[in-house]
Design a protein around this ligand. Structure first.
Ligand code: FAD
Ligand code: DHB
Length: 389
């Protein structure tokens, strides 16, 4: 068969790309190795930048997001026995983030694609990439050839698209952290109205939420820990030890219904394009989750790619395609820096007392200087795309 854009991966990047391309009259096929049920249940991100929300709403897939998403105008940094609010409404007026589970975004996008008659194929077997550097790129999916004008590699960090770049074409930049995040979903009302990023001598903890009755937590754990080593009682004891550090705060507990462990790493592959093959989202870059940027970067990539491809179809212009990698990488590196900065600010991993003093001084600065707090706030809510009309 033939399509215009063959998209590998039905995560947020691939699905949104397919949707935005359709809006611009460009046809696509999405191929996904997992089942629909699996991708709709995969629990991950929760923080959507203002720009991500605006993108989804403008694309007509924000109706439930606006209804059920939880807008936030600040976060708390908790350390040294006190909480400090970073007030977005004061520091970056008019900008906010929305807490809405990534799997809800994925469900909304799948529903929209299928309602529009979109071609999204789940449960495919082997996917291979061919002719990326020719004028006849194509995928072979379970033996079937899909000819196209462009291939979008939206298949996450472990996918096939980055791996099919020729040897030596990609320069990789990587930072692996010596700890992971244990993520937990629990049936209990959030114990605070806003997210709490807590730094303690025992390690980092994050209090987040999904709804008025579901809380989301993360704990810094040593690399290599397995979920079996974290029975519910141990999780609650550790969350209490790391979060009940300010007067009057009690953590409400409830049944845990999801647990997973994610290693923390920063990674960038440059360039994000080889001929007719374009990488977007986690296929090209990973950030440690402390800055809540991964999903938002995937959305930013897809905006740039949609505009470039739509332009090519409309006018034959290749400027957008040629600039794709450099345009995306500018934002990617800003997010890499912010995510590294938030990670080193809040985790305890360096035994060196000098480094610990620096960290506390840094936290004191961020929570007392308007300039430093604004740096955090403007990065957290998301910097402008630069393509706004
Ligand atoms: P993915 O979501 O990984 O999707 C890729 C898809 O491709 C998958 O469905 C996969 O099954 C499929 N695939 C893989 N290989 C193939 C193949 N060979 N053929 C076909 N299909 C294939 N980001 C934020 O912005 N905010 C947050 O608060 C945040 N918190 C996070 C918390 C955790 C615990 C984790 C793990 C991540 C978090 N992230 C966050 C990051 C965010 O989840 C990712 O950046 C996001 O999923 C990237 O989307 P994607 O579509 O690029 O990749
Ligand atoms: C969530 C995830 C993050 O990585 C983060 O920094 C804040 C919140 C969440 O899943 O709710």
């Amino acid at each position: 068969m033939r399509t215009q854009v063959a998209i590998i991966g039905a995560g947020p990047a691939g699905l949104l790309l397919s949707h935005l391309l359709a809006e611009r009259g460009v046809a696509s096929v999405v191929v996904e190795v997992r089942s629909r049920a699996y991708v709709e249940k995969r629990v991950r991100a929760g923080v959507l930048e203002q720009g991500t929300v605006d993108t989804l709403v403008a694309a007509g897939v924000g109706e439930r997001l606006i209804r059920e998403g939880l807008p936030h105008r600040g976060i708390e940094l908790r350390y040294g026995g006190a909480g400090h609010r970073i007030a977005f409404e004061d520091l970056v007026p008019g900008r906010e983030i929305t807490v809405y589970g990534q799997q809800e975004v994925v469900k909304d996008l799948i529903a929209a694609r299928l309602a529009a008659g979109g071609d999204v194929r789940f449960d495919v077997g082997e996917v291979t990439v061919h002719g990326a550097d020719s004028d006849a790129p194509h995928l072979v999916v379970d033996g079937e050839r899909i000819d196209c004008d462009f291939i979008a590699g939206c298949d996450g960090f472990h996918g096939v698209s980055r791996a099919s770049f020729p040897d030596g074409m990609i320069t990789e930049y990587e930072r692996v952290y010596p700890f992971s995040w244990l993520g937990v979903l629990a049936e209990v009302a959030p114990s605070a109205d806003e997210l709490i990023y807590a730094r303690t001598g025992r390690g980092f903890a994050l209090h987040s939420m999904r709804s008025p009755t579901v809380s989301r937590f993360y704990l810094q754990v040593p690399s290599g820990d397995r979920v079996e080593e974290w029975p519910d009682e141990r999780i609650w004891a550790e969350l209490k030890a790391r979060l009940e550090t300010v007067p009057g705060f009690t953590l409400a507990t409830g049944p845990v219904f999801e647990k997973s462990i994610t290693p923390l790493r920063g990674y960038v592959a440059e360039p994000m394009r080889h001929g007719r093959l374009f990488l977007a989202g986690d296929a090209a870059h990973i950030v440690p989750p402390t800055g809540a940027k991964g999903l938002n970067l995937a959305v930013a990539d897809v905006r740039v790619l949609t505009a470039a491809i739509a332009d090519w179809y409309a006018t034959g212009a290749t400027g957008g395609l040629d600039a794709y990698s450099a345009t995306c990488l500018e934002r990617v590196w800003r997010a890499q820096h912010f995510s590294w900065w938030m990670t080193t600010l809040l985790h305890t991993f360096d035994e060196d007392p000098y480094a610990q003093r620096l960290q506390l001084s840094h936290l004191d600065y961020v929570t007392s200087s308007r300039a430093a707090a604004t740096t955090l706030a403007e990065n957290y809510v998301g910097l402008p795309y630069g393509d706004e009309a």
